[in-house]
Design a protein around this ligand. Structure first.
Ligand SMILES: *Cc1c(COP(=O)(O)O)cnc(C)c1O
Length: 416
């Protein structure tokens, strides 16, 4: 059997048939194939077909009802964000009152740090990974400055060992054991954006909290990619965007998790706005806030309904499929792509252990930008380049197929 037939057979026999038909797959750049083999879903997920109708309903309610749609719309806008609560809670393993959809990711990280990064005495450090996404680096440095601290001293960037690309859990735990008294906040990425490494979130959360630090996770590349149990892991807070694996469109409304021990704690300081008060008293226009015992207390503004509608449509897909089934398929797809890339002798910097990675393979190459251009133009394979020398491929289990992986592997073996 040819490797192409083999890929088609895998697509036909997989226990989770592809949901590609529910997404709008762009045409292949270059025209050699009808559809792109799309591996950039870790940058921007594809559009679910159900999004357009959802948006049109809200546009219609706005046209038909205007201000009355806040209470009379088919999904009344005053409580619209509540519709996302339960599916978002299921997605990240939270209790419903621990999650809220609001703002964007970096904004939520700042709101969380305003509440939970409270340097005191010798406990001032924020621990991130050396390969943190730049927005996270800027956010933590500016928080340190905000507290009158020198970010060069306050921000600790954990590096892999010499010659290695990924952080070892044991090294993170050893740092927390050794230096934990000086650490105020541990805020790593659950899945690293560059390498695709899946961190041991339960172990690191436990060690960070045992050291007396607050532990928050940036789940930009983890939400919708790997199963999460934020409540049971005892995570203090987390935030994630919804336009990567969650397919909710560019700049879509992000998610936020606050552990229930904090939502009930009146002593936690917050930056507040009117959407963070009890809905029953919100329109009394009282100058004193009455925050609910839920993550909603961190909301500031009335939410952008047009930006929430795609998130709701997308979460319905995740609810229907379930993260455990998706993760199973994700491991099969990424494992298949890894095995097919072996003949290219490419340097894969993503962990080879399926339990230590998400739906991503990152390759160290020469001229990443040029390679990604050739993949697109000659083969219709959409990947992404992190200059100077890394390309990333995300076999997203909702819409990528074994046949897409076959196309990517053939193209890479050819070009490398
Ligand atoms: C994608 C990503 C961001 C992007 O932040 P926005 O506020 O959504 O623009 C931030 N951090 C990480 C780790 C990311 O992967």
């Amino acid at each position: 059997m040819s490797s192409e037939d083999e890929a088609r057979r895998l697509d036909e026999s997989d226990p989770l048939p592809t949901l590609r038909g529910e997404f709008l797959v762009p045409p292949a750049p270059g025209g050699a194939h009808a559809e792109a083999a799309y591996f950039a879903g870790n940058s921007l997920g594809l559009q679910p077909r159900s999004v357009a109708a959802r948006l049109r309903e809200e546009l219609d309610d706005w046209a038909r009802l205007a201000v009355e749609a806040h209470t009379q719309g088919r999904r009344p806008w005053v409580g619209y964000h509540e519709l996302l609560r339960e599916p978002a809670a299921r997605l990240v393993g939270a209790r419903p009152h621990e999650v809220v959809a609001m703002n964007s990711l970096t904004v939520n990280l700042h709101l969380m740090m305003a509440s939970f990064y409270r340097p005191a005495g010798a406990r001032t450090r924020i621990v991130i990974e050396d390969s943190a996404f730049p927005s996270d680096s800027y956010a933590v440095a500016s928080q340190a400055v905000h507290h009158g601290l020198d970010p060069a001293a306050a921000v600790v960037r954990l590096k892999p060992r010499d010659g290695e690309d990924n952080l070892r859990t044991e090294d993170v735990l050893a740092y927390l054991e050794r230096e934990g008294d000086a650490v105020a906040l541990v805020m790593l990425g659950g899945v690293n954006y560059l390498t695709g490494q899946l961190m041991d979130m339960p172990a690191i959360t436990k060690a960070g909290r045992a050291a007396g630090a607050v532990v928050g996770w940036d789940l930009a590349h983890a939400a919708g990619n790997v199963p999460l149990r934020l409540h049971d892991w005892d995570v203090d807070f987390a935030a994630w965007c919804t336009y990567k694996y969650l397919n909710s469109g560019p700049g879509a409304v992000a998610g936020c998790f606050v552990h229930e021990r904090h939502v009930r704690d009146a002593a936690v300081p917050r930056l507040s706005g009117w959407w963070g008060t009890e809905p029953s008293v919100r329109f009394r226009m009282d100058p004193d806030i009455a925050p609910p015992a839920s993550a909603d207390a961190w909301q500031l503004s009335n939410p952008p309904i047009m930006a929430l509608a795609p998130v709701l449509a997308s979460l319905e897909i995740f609810d229907r499929v379930g993260m455990d089934a998706l993760r199973g398929k994700s491991e099969r797809l990424t494992g298949y792509l890894a095995s097919r890339l072996a003949p290219a002798a490419a340097e894969v910097i993503t962990p080879s252990d399926p339990a230590a990675r998400g739906a991503q393979l990152s390759l160290r190459v020469r001229d990443a930008g040029g390679l990604v251009r050739r993949l697109a133009e000659a083969h219709g394979v959409v990947a992404d380049a992190r200059e100077p020398d890394v390309i990333r491929l995300a076999p997203v289990p909702l819409y990528c197929t074994f046949h897409d992986c076959h196309r990517a592997a053939e193209a890479l073996v050819d070009l490398l």
